[in-house]
Design a protein around this ligand. Sequence first.
Ligand code: AMP
Length: 151
Amino acid sequence: MVTRMLFRAVIMGPPGSGKGTVSDRIVKNFALKHLSSGDLLRTNVQNKTEIGVVAKSYIDQGQLVPDDVITRLVLQELHKINETNWLLDGFPRTVPQAVALDKAFHINSVIDLNVPFQTIKDRLTARWIHPASGRVYNTEFNPPKVPVMTD
Ligand code: AMP
């Protein structure tokens, strides 16, 4: 019997550290499935699932979704892709989430993006998010096709 070694990685870093961009580059070059907890939540919000309805009230207030809700959702999704290599982005964000992940899977690698605070501040100042799709723009290097309206 041949057992295949599966590679499980987590990417961490504060908002604006480039987790999404770096993840996209990694999955383009390596056979990994990228799972983002934020994207997963947005899909659930859009589809108005039970979890999506609960999550929306927290996301709209800029709060973290409760640990039990997000942990159930992410672990369930990871079990669905159990046979693949994966890169997890946005989870864990709290100690209970990390403990739950550690109990469920063996993580091979953690990528921690270490970006100077001023760089993050500059990036976030220029960052715009389209709430409906979650698409992220940057007025400096990736502006939205339709100009931003401010009042
Ligand atoms: P993100 O796209 O990763 O910035 O996530 C968007 C929003 O989803 C966050 O502001 C949180 O409200 C929620 N969220 C994503 N991941 C988590 C997590 N691991 N734990 C709690 N809330 C999360």
